[in-house]
Design a protein around this ligand. Structure first.
Ligand code: IMP
Length: 439
């Protein structure tokens, strides 16, 4: 029963969608286990590029069964829209399974998300404003609405009534926003229930039966290690467990069911939203020097670093080995897929951060105190590049220019995990497979 977890090893947007798409054919099930439509990945379908937010990217495979696990938060309007878009593109959603225990994003969750960010002003988290945090907040407070509650109108009405008795006064009195009525929410949500009902499943049972039958499962993480609610750069994180351990909880399988953890790392690093980022090459508009800004902009344009969900320009910086080592440990990585190596072809020399310096102290492990991370100065190793050489046609490690090979070997050694897949371009075939096996 080989099963694999794919996790982002940085701050998300590492190219998980492409890697999932590449290896899905080895698996019988592809399972999303956390997050919601804050995620976004683009997948190529023939000549067209499609943006998925909620659907496991394995849906494109049409053989592996896509599952939305109990750990995911679902905005039913977005899910229905995504299903319709896929059907229009000729991609069938008939095999989709949705956990009955997944929580539902309600309209007031989205209101709270936006209003809270406004209230925080300069200290805002930079959320996607999709209602993710407030929905997980209700889940932890045992006040959430689950997908299964949509199945029974009477129960749904009662739960909404109870929720609104608490939410409406906060919406009105604290945020100055309009309240909701039970009818208003039922009118919007109950039609979704009719569409989604045939897909609702006891997904933990489904997956455990599959494991017993020797089926292969791919658990597809969203966001990334440093956005994890426990192990990320709190409070500048998302509200779910994006690390590998989250797969067991968010899908309802035991940790012993997982035998491979594939961490996805970009050959440089990006983040969206607020929070510390030691190797960031800030844009002029964010207070960066002209030199920094040139590098930041080069990463952004060469790497097409704009958010799939929000369209925001991503913050960009050099590869950070302190983060890579940390991600290897907290996820128990067995393999790494290094993506977007081709973007580094734009640089004469390439820097890798090997440790931080803060107030005279050297940190080669992720610092305990967040304030250190805010003030950390990266200590760099500068490696020779392969500027101008197009590596997008390379299909084996040996075809890469010598300096590109050395770069890969250097970060492999410094992070202590074998790099089994290397991305050299946007397309699925622009990939070097270097010893990856699902077994
Ligand atoms: P939320 O998940 O919308 O609450 O946002 C919390 C933080 O996670 C913000 O900094 C977002 O920019 C970030 N975030 C959420 N989803 C993603 C993602 O898929 N990629 C990168 N960053 C994300």
């Amino acid at each position: 029963m080989p099963s694999t977890v794919i996790v982002g090893a940085q701050w998300g947007d590492e190219g998980k969608g492409k890697v999932t798409d590449l290896i899905t054919s080895d698996y019988d099930f592809v399972v999303r286990f956390q997050g919601g439509n804050n995620a976004g990945h683009t997948v190529k379908h023939g000549e067209r590029t499609l943006a998925l937010h909620l659907m496991p990217s394995g849906i494109m495979d049409e053989v592996a069964i896509p599952v939305i696990g109990n750990g995911v938060v679902i905005d039913p309007g977005v899910l229905v829209e995504e299903m319709e878009m896929l059907e229009t593109e000729g991609i069938s959603c008939k095999n989709l399974k949705i956990s009955c225990d997944a929580h539902v994003i309600m309209p007031y969750h989205k209101d709270f998300d936006g209003a809270d960010e406004k209230r925080l002003g300069e200290n805002k988290i930079g959320t996607t404003k999709r209602g993710i945090g407030p929905c997980y907040q209700d889940k932890a407070a045992r006040k959430g609405i689950r997908i299964q509650d949509l199945l029974d109108e009477k129960i749904f009405r009662l739960k909404i009534e109870a929720a609104l008795s608490q939410k409406n006064p906060i919406l009105e009195k604290i945020y100055g926003l309009a309240p909701y009525t039970v009818d208003q929410i039922c009118e919007e949500y109950l039609p979704y229930a009719r569409i989604l009902k045939p897909f609702m499943t006891e997904s933990a049972q489904l997956l455990n039966t599959a494991l017993r039958e020797g089926k292969n499962i791919l658990f597809e993480g969203a966001q990334g290690t440093l956005l994890d609610i426990d192990h990320g750069t709190y409070p500048y994180v998302t509200s779910s467990s994006c690390c590998a351990g989250g797969a067991a909880i968010g899908a309802g399988v035991g940790p012993t069911a997982i035998n491979k953890v594939l961490g996805i790392q970009k050959a440089y690093i990006t983040r969206v939203g607020g929070g510390p980022f030691p190797t960031e090459q800030r844009y002029i508009e964010d207070g960066g020097s002209p030199e920094e800004s040139i590098i930041g902009n080069l990463f952004c344009t060469e790497g097409h670093e704009f958010g799939t969900t929000t369209g925001r320009k991503r913050r960009c910086g050099w590869f950070d080995a302190v983060i890579a080592r940390y991600a290897a440990e907290v996820n128990g990585l067995t393999d790494v897929a290094l993506t977007k190596l081709d973007v580094l072809s734009a640089f004469e020399t390439i820097k890798v951060c090997t440790a931080y310096e803060c107030e005279g102290k050297i940190y080669d492990y992720f610092p305990m105190q967040q304030s250190v991370l805010f003030h950390a100065k990266p200590i760099y190793e500068e490696l020779p590049g392969w500027k101008g050489t197009d590596i997008s046609t390379c299909r084996s490690f040996e075809e890469l220019p010598e300096n590109a090979q050395k770069y890969v070997e250097y970060i492999e050694e410094i992070a202590g995990v074998h790099i089994s897949i290397i991305g050299v371009g946007q397309d699925r075939q622009q990939t070097i497979v270097r010893g990856w096996t699902s077994k």
